[in-house]
Design a protein around this ligand. Structure first.
Ligand code: ATP
Length: 601
């Protein structure tokens, strides 16, 4: 025991005063152990052990000291304090306060910031404890390969959601980042695509991550801005040859910086799916603690091979495309614009002739009956990483390795009339399909192209056609507060696949039943007009736009020609892609997200 103590080895018998007890501190095996010596309230029936606590060092944001008064709560003072002994005898004198800022898991997947206060009369020892704890936190993070950000570029969208982003940033995010010692360069966006333009020339070498304080649209803008800059710097073309099934999956360079989202938009799907809530405090804490999760992206090209966007959640044609198009004109209504636009699009129900090609996943799953969910640590998202780490990780515990805040660790229904066949080497496209990915040397290409590389697989492109109310691609479950299970509840964040959901033309009543199945836990794939495939890529073609649209109407007069004039578009993460003819490829783990994933229940 070190009585006087020094910066390296502070005195472990040193007594600290909290609001409820006199305690000692000890650091052992990645934990700060707080042990109770005396209860301040002698009449408290709880045992001493209930005052003990063990704090995981990786959950501590930082520690600090400040000057304070040597005092206890007045209620405690009025009690019999003889039990506390000499510690309290010299009341009202000055002392040092040791502050320990920690991220605490509260209910569900919510996390809260909490500050523990320890009063100590030995000011030198108290400072020594603060230094010692900070050193041990750094060591502990190093052991677990956790890298916390020190410098972040933060985009705040004052326009998104309920227009609360500026307040959220000021009152929730900044205090957490300050406690974690994170420097921020804050840009309050002034117009649409401001962040994307800014990122074209931003020096990404000087920052550890980029944060969007906004919704999915803002996150999409930032992801696109970063990826476009990184591809340009590496001379990687974003465009590809015109849509052709023989074309290999394009390969893109994976940015080394992480991207985070503080939910302040309308839907906040990315936060919901990667954290379990759209809670700004939880999101800010995950960023500060250095949480990391891979995220699949899809690249979208038009019929001429021109690059359109990268997407991370839903890419949808038909109903959701119409809802977005309309809702963009009603921004003044705030988040309720989606309801109004949804009702309007429903009343103007249109179906679209489409031909859809898709390349099935290497690991086929009966999505319609799959009850598994992407939960931390997720075997499906981590499985492929085993090969990357197998030389260094003999126990295969890859998923838990980067745990920064670990406290404690197709078959389908076919539509009766569906035209459904396999594309072979003598297909109308006339080409043998070989999908060897082009691996770009000298770059951190990661596994992003693996998912499309079917050189070792027997997968062949499949094709189906017909009239569709909706064509949805769910790269993740796409859960949000309005649809807690999401479009495809068993979809994963980083498995290299997307779930292609084809909703064929059906009666209005059936469509309502299908849409309502998203509100609860009912199986949304049980309908005969709904098909779902886990795929690595897909392509859609609308034969002749003007004659491809059929509209129904209830009380709003609308002719077929009117409807075709307003033919649908793609809605990708809440952004519009106007050309109905697109080619979509999935890129496994193309970016790293500041997120942990949703905990197992
Ligand atoms: N100052 C601004 N004025 C107008 N538009 C802006 C401004 N700043 C950002 N934007 C645009 O606002 C759009 C929507 O932003 P955001 O995603 O944050 O909110 P949301 O659409 O309400 O939420 P969600 O996408 O989750 O439904 C983005 O495309 C972004 O480019």
């Amino acid at each position: 025991m070190n009585v006087e103590g020094d910066a390296k080895h502070p005195d472990s018998s040193l007594q600290f005063l909290t609001n409820k007890a006199v305690v000692t501190l000890q650091v052992k095996e990645n934990f700060l152990h707080v042990r109770c010596l005396k209860k301040l309230n002698p009449f408290d029936p709880r045992p001493f052990s209930s005052f003990h606590c063990n704090i995981y060092l990786c959950d501590i944001l930082s520690t600090a000291t400040s000057e304070s008064e040597w005092k206890v709560h007045s209620k405690v003072e009025s009690l019999n304090t003889a039990n506390i002994g000499s510690l309290l005898h010299s009341t009202a004198s000055q002392c040092k306060l040791l502050l320990v800022h920690i991220a605490v898991k509260s209910k569900g997947s919510l996390w809260k910031l909490q500050t523990l206060k320890f009063r100590c009369k030995n000011t030198r020892q108290c400072s020594a404890w603060s230094t010692y704890l900070n050193e041990n936190i750094t060591t502990s993070l190093g052991r677990r390969s956790v890298s916390r950000p020190k410098s972040l570029l933060v985009f705040v969208n004052p326009y998104g959601g309920k227009h609360k982003a500026v307040d959220i940033h000021k009152h929730i995010v900044t205090p957490i980042f300050n406690k974690a010692g994170i420097r921020q360069l804050v840009v309050v966006t002034e117009y649409q695509n401001h962040a994307k333009e800014y990122l074209k020339t931003a020096d990404l070498g000087k920052i550890d991550g980029i944060i969007a304080v906004g919704g999915d649209g803002m996150a999409n803008e930032i992801i696109n801005g970063v990826l476009i800059q990184v591809q340009e710097k590496n001379n990687i073309s974003l465009d590809k040859p015109p849509a052709d099934l023989s074309e290999a999956c394009p390969s893109f360079v994976r940015p080394s910086i992480r991207i985070g989202v503080i939910p302040a938009g309308s839907t906040n799907c990315l936060s919901y799916v990667s954290q379990g809530f759209d809670d700004p405090e939880t999101a800010a804490l995950h960023i500060a603690l250095g949480a990391e999760h891979n995220l699949d992206l899809s690249s979208i090209h038009d019929r001429n091979g021109a690059f359109q966007r990268f997407s991370f959640s839903m890419t949808s044609f038909g109903f959701y495309g119409n809802v977005l198009k309309l809702s963009e004109r009603m921004r003044g209504l705030g988040p309720s614009r989606y309801d109004v636009a949804g009702i309007h699009s429903f009343l103007h129900q249109c179906s679209y002739n489409m031909k859809v090609w898709y390349l099935p996943s290497d690991t086929p799953v009966d999505i319609a009956n799959d009850r598994t969910k992407c939960r931390y640590p997720c075997n499906t998202c981590c499985l492929d990483k085993l090969s990357d780490f197998e030389q260094t990780m003999s126990n295969g515990d890859v998923c838990s390795k980067p745990s920064p805040i670990l406290s404690g660790p197709i078959n389908t229904n076919f539509f009766n009339n569906a035209v459904h066949y396999e594309v072979n080497s003598n297909s109308e496209d006339g080409s043998q399909i070989t999908l060897g990915a082009k691996i770009t040397s000298q770059t951190e290409c990661f596994e992003s192209t693996k998912s499309c590389d079917n050189a070792n697989g027997n997968n062949k492109w499949q094709v189906t056609e017909g009239k569709f109310l909706m064509i949805n691609s769910a790269l993740m479950s796409c859960a949000c507060s309005r649809c807690p299970q999401g479009l495809s509840p068993s979809a994963h964040l980083a498995d290299g696949n997307t779930d292609l959901i084809l909703v064929r033309n059906c009666s209005r009543a059936d469509f309502v039943r299908y849409m309502f199945s998203h509100v609860g836990k009912a199986n949304r794939f049980r309908f005969p007009f709904v098909e779902v495939y886990r795929v690595k890529g897909f392509r859609c073609e609308m034969p002749i736009a003007s004659s491809s649209v059929t509209c129904e109407q209830i009380d709003i007069k609308q002719t077929e020609s009117e409807c075709s004039r307003t033919s649908s578009c793609w809605n990708t993460d809440g952004e519009l892609v106007p050309d109905p003819n697109i080619h979509v490829w999935v890129h496994k783990g193309l970016i790293k997200l500041f997120a942990k994933g949703i905990d197992q229940k």
